[in-house]
Design a protein around this ligand. Sequence first.
Ligand SMILES: NC(=O)C1=CN([C@@H]2O[C@H](COP(=O)(O)OP(=O)(O)OC[C@H]3O[C@@H](n4cnc5c(N)ncnc54)[C@H](OP(=O)(O)O)[C@@H]3O)[C@@H](O)[C@H]2O)[C@@H](O)CC1
Ligand SMILES: [K+]
Length: 502
Amino acid sequence: MMKSALLTPAEMKRADEITIDSGVPGIDLMECAGDHVARLARDMCGTEGRVLVVCGPGNNGGDGFVAAQCLQATGRQVDVVLLKEASSLTGDAAIAYSRMGFEGELTTTEGLRQKLLGCSLVIDALFGAGLSRPLQGEAEAFVSAINESGIPVLSVDLPSGLNGETGQVMGGEGGCAIRAERSVTFFRHKPGHYLIPGRVLCGRVDCVDIGIRENALSEIGPTTFINGPDVWSSFFRVPQLGGHKYDRGHAVIFGGPMMTSGAGRLAAGAALRAGAGLVTLVSPPSAVMANATQLTAVMLKSVKEAGGILELLKDPRLNAALIGPGYGLGDNARAAIQAILESDCALVLDADALTNFQHQPTELFDAIHKRAGPVVMTPHDGEFARLFPDLMGLPKLEKARQAALRSGAVLVLKGADTVIASPDGRAVINENAPAWLATAGSGDVLAGIVCAALAQKVSAFEAASMAVWLHGAAGAEVGPGLIAEDLVPALRLVIAKLVGIS
Ligand SMILES: NC(=O)C1=CN([C@@H]2O[C@H](COP(=O)(O)OP(=O)(O)OC[C@H]3O[C@@H](n4cnc5c(N)ncnc54)[C@H](OP(=O)(O)O)[C@@H]3O)[C@@H](O)[C@H]2O)[C@@H](O)CC1
Ligand SMILES: [K+]
């Protein structure tokens, strides 16, 4: 799990301190960091052209001085531009500057524009983890001039202006940040490398080892991770010889009336493909015929109202349920959801199941807190806003964490940078979803996969993380032209690769 840990800038600072306290001089870390920056710079622009290193007043600038020295040592033409006088540098950055062997130039924005003419790469070493406020004045003007030049940028640690914890530009809409082609960070990625817009501003990100002590992580205790098998593979159930379909759980999908019955079918198909031993699609009588003509391995059941649902879920073999996709709104729908909440099975609430409680969210959260079985909620931003309007101004990670805590559910806040947050404080950020995945029915498939993982008795946080990753991987497998129906067969290929039988 520690392999996939993400560190906030404050946690990274702590990792630096722990390493330095253990006897590694800070300047050694900086020299290692700067050396990597120089290597990547050479990678980006080959042997030709002048490199411009733009350095800020802190240690991010220090990495820039080391990179400049390394590049010059290999015969590269390098210019260093300073945002603040060299005499104001302190600590490791001052040491790196003095070792550089040539002077940086303190210049104006106009001077920077002149320097940018004809150079083949800019190294952005203005601000990294120590950015504490929106860029203004000369710093803002420097960033604008670099972006306007159109010259490829390699950012050190983070694109200057980007908040490494939230992935947002410091200062929001009115703020500004570097748009990099590549970024290089140290020891572990930061959440801001994966959260949008940070992910877009960073370009490709390399994470390199600079000698930070691995055991710093156990002291720091990170709570944010990048999603991948490292987070949940020990929970992934592979069928065993001698096993039984009942060992893999029985997922119940509650589908809607005929005209919106497709959503339930997509979810049911996905649940079966994702490994639930049995799947039953429960629907109102009006939809049974439509479902029966299109489904074969999925079992069907017709239930009219909440009383029937209560009765059905008394069977303990039905151990996971999904309600929401295409389900419908209104008093009857709300009563059905309340009936399901009263059962003990693991539960996924999606789409209409969330919208049905937009005017009484605390009623929903109270029911979730009271029940024994786990709940996963899978809202997109619009559904989230209906249940948690007061959290909308927060950065995405914080939003998801607070919503999980308040509701008592594992919260999957969907998007290109889906965040999965647990009420216990853990969160993962997903990064494998292609843009093609943003299409009608895609969320229904995801909800079905979550339900399948819960049916296989995977804990809720790992079930949600696993499902989001499988869904993204299936999307990548299908690629351009993807429609939701394609995801279900693609899951087979993804699972085969995952268990090493491709
Ligand atoms: N030994 C180590 O620790 C290692 C660190 N490493 C590297 O160090 C980086 C972190 O260094 P850092 O902590 O010095 O922060 P950094 O990003 O350079 O900025 C701080 C300076 O900027 C200033 N400032 C802030 N916001 C501002 C604004 N909006 N506009 C204007 N000024 C602003 C702030 O001033 P103040 O807030 O005090 O006014 C301060 O002077 C990290 O990203 C990595 O690259 C690696 O070499 C590995 C070893
Ligand atoms: K930077």
